[in-house]
Design a protein. Sequence first.
Length: 286
Amino acid sequence: MSFPELAGAATTGASTVRLKRQLVEQAIAAATAADWSGAAEINRRILELGPDSAAENRLAKALWELGDLGDAREHYQAALALDPTNRIAERNIDRLRVLLVEAGDRTTPAEVGDKAPVNIFVEETGKTGFAGLYELAHPRQLAQVNPGDLVELVPDGSRLLARSNGHHIGTVDPKVAARLLKLMAEGNQYTAGVTSLGERDVRIIIRETYQDPRNYGKVSFPTAAKASDLRPYTKGTLVREEIDLEEELEYDEEDESLDDIDRVVPAQVTDEEAFVEEPDALDDEV
C-alpha cells in the first residue's frame, strides 16, 4: 500500500472512531430521555460499524424497554459471544430465560417517567436504606421492571406496597415497613428505585425526600450507612444526573478508576443490617 493510501486509511479510521463516539453519546442521550425507539436505531447504526458488545447490550436494553423480550435476549447473547466476561449480558440472559417462559416474547413498552433520578441511588447516612420485596407480583408484571426504575411506596394498613411502571411488584420487608409507615403517617415522604432483580427477587433502595418537622431527630435508616460511605455515584453521573443507571453502570464497569461501585448498590447489605431498629428511637420524645 502506498503512502497516500495509508494516509487515507488512517483518516477513514479516525473518522469512524469519531462517528462511533458521537453515536454512543446520542444513544445514551436517547436512553436518558426514555426514547427507546431512537436508542435502538442508534445502537443498530453503531453495530453497522462493526461488532461491539456494549452496543449489543444497549440495543438489548432498548428492545426490552420496548417490550420485545425475544429480540432483547438475542442481542444480550450476541454481547456475551463477543465478550464472555460480560456480566450485564449474562445476568440479563438468565433473567430473560425465566421471563420468556412466564410472560412470552412481548410485554407492554415502558413509559416516559418510569426511570428514577440517579441521585436516588446515592447512599447517604440515615437518609437511604435497602430492602427486599416479598409477595412478588406475577412474572408478567415483573417483566415490565428493570434496574433504575422508579418505585412508588403505597401504605396499605400494616403493609408497604411497592409499585413500578403502573404495576404492583411486591411488598416491602415488614421490618422496614413498620418503621417507615410510622414516619410516613407523621408526614415524612420517601421515594425508591429498583437496584437489582433476580429470577425470584427484587431489591430496592429507599430515600427520605422530606422530613416533617414533627420527626426532627428521628432517623429513617439508623444503620443503613456509615459516615465514610457517603460516596456519590462517580464518573460524571452528578454532571448528567438524569443518565440511565444501568447504562452508566455498563460504562463504569469497564473503568478501573471505579473500584467501589458497591457503595451505590451494595449487594452485601442485608435487610437486617440496613434496618436495625433503634429502641425508643421514635418514642422517647416528650
